[in-house]
Design a protein around this ligand. Structure first.
Ligand SMILES: *Cc1c(COP(=O)(O)O)cnc(C)c1O
Length: 393
């Protein structure tokens, strides 16, 4: 392909060359099983520990509170199912939101079939959880609150510290899906009263198929994958050493540059948002204007079908997304856009563009220039738009 402008960093990210370099020796040279006793395995073991320390320190957690998993979806499943199992005799009520990732929503629906009751909180028009509704939803039999740190579609960041405080005051465990947030915005598990947290390597320039779960000391959740004694007997399976090392390296890079990355991406994001809102008519920004991920922009264009927009952008070398990767391909509009109150026909015309620190202003300007032409072209072919213009002369 001649030109590639990758604006789908919420779906996955480039594995940085420095990350690949850090991983390489653990495939061919230090391939020992870190659980083995001989000294040949020591290098692998030492680097698994180093990655664990890097990740713990980035979250303000203790090293032994980090558990490596097979990715964000596994961590989300583990948090909900194992909490349900361990605390099910205390209560059978779980609180989450309508805008969670499907790894949470479908797990919650599964638990409903197993006799648990789940409250799915509404969000406001910006996608923010209403704290008063959260408080009102807590019951004596509530065992878990699970609210994502930042939304993968519209980028809205939740008031995590306030939610953590409410959970703590009520003696309820608090889990957050931080897959989109970890390494992108500051998170501190103590200051935010987080008991469990899911994160994933491939959303932060690390490899795919590696994730973590942070579990606060004292939380009694049980193993989800049974087998060997790895991960303090809470997650069996031979360590994915290259993946763990790569995730650690990615977090080392991300935390070192966190402030400058946030500043750079926020400016670029705002340039994108300003240009689209100023230069394209009948457009709406989805998600909170300021409390949003530094790299996320999400728009609805009236009289436009999201899929056709993506295909025409692709012809210009631009990778974007409508809704999330898991739902595109289906005709259902995004559950997140419906939850912020958009009607079906508008939710269908959505476009998510997610930047990286390697995206340039030229990339953004080229994208907006092409987007303007594409929207104009699609609208000129739309009978709905023609009709609208006739009635609004
Ligand atoms: C990508 C994503 C997941 C799933 O993580 P995987 O590592 O791909 O399994 C979960 N939650 C959110 C918010 C995500 O963006």
């Amino acid at each position: 392909m001649s030109k590639l402008i990758y604006l789908d960093n919420a779906a996955t990210t480039q594995v940085y060359p420095e990350v690949v370099d850090a991983m390489k020796p653990f495939f061919t040279e230090f391939y020992g099983n870190p659980s083995s006793v001989y000294s040949f395995a020591a290098e692998a073991n030492r680097n698994v520990l180093k990655a664990r320390e890097t990740i713990a320190s980035a979250l303000g957690a203790k090293t032994e509170e980090i558990y490596f998993t097979g990715g964000g979806s596994e961590s989300d499943n583990w948090a909900l199912k194992a909490t349900a199992e361990a605390y099910g005799n205390k209560g059978k009520h779980i609180i989450t939101t309508k805008i969670e990732h499907h790894a949470i929503l479908h797990t919650a629906e599964y638990l409903e079939k197993k006799g648990f009751e789940v409250t799915y909180l509404d969000v406001d028009e910006n996608g923010v959880v209403k704290l008063e509704e959260l408080k009102a939803a807590i019951r004596p039999d509530t065992i878990l609150i699970s609210v994502m740190t930042a939304n993968n579609e519209i980028g809205t960041i939740q008031p995590i510290a306030e939610i953590g405080k409410i959970a703590k005051e009520n003696g309820v465990l608090f889990h957050t899906d931080a897959v989109q947030a970890f390494g992108h915005i500051p998170i501190n598990v103590d200051e935010m009263n987080i008991d469990m947290l899911s994160a994933s390597g491939h959303k932060v320039n690390g490899p795919k198929g590696i994730g973590i779960m942070y579990i606060r000391k004292g939380v009694k959740i049980l193993s989800f994958i049974h087998g060997g004694a790895q991960e303090r007997q809470r997650r069996a399976g031979t360590h994915n050493v290259p993946g763990i090392v790569g995730f650690g390296k990615a977090i080392e890079l991300a935390t070192k540059e966190l402030d400058s990355r946030i500043k750079y991406e926020t400016e670029l994001r705002d340039h994108l948002i300003d240009r689209v809102l100023n230069e394209i008519p009948y457009v709406r920004l989805n998600g909170h204007r300021t409390d949003r991920l530094p790299n996320n922009a999400n728009f609805c264009f009236r009289f436009i079908e999201g899929e056709s927009l993506l295909i025409l952008l692709d012809e210009k070398g631009i990778c974007g997304s409508s809704g999330s990767a898991c739902t595109s391909g289906s005709l259902d509009p995004s559950h997140v856009l419906l939850a912020i109150g958009l009607p079906h026909e508008i939710a269908h015309g959505s476009l998510r563009l997610t930047l990286s620190e390697k995206t340039t202003k030229e990339d953004i300007d080229y994208t907006v220039d092409e987007l303007k032409k594409i929207i104009e072209r699609l609208r000129s072919m739309s009978p709905l738009y023609e009709d609208f213009l006739k009635h609004n002369k």
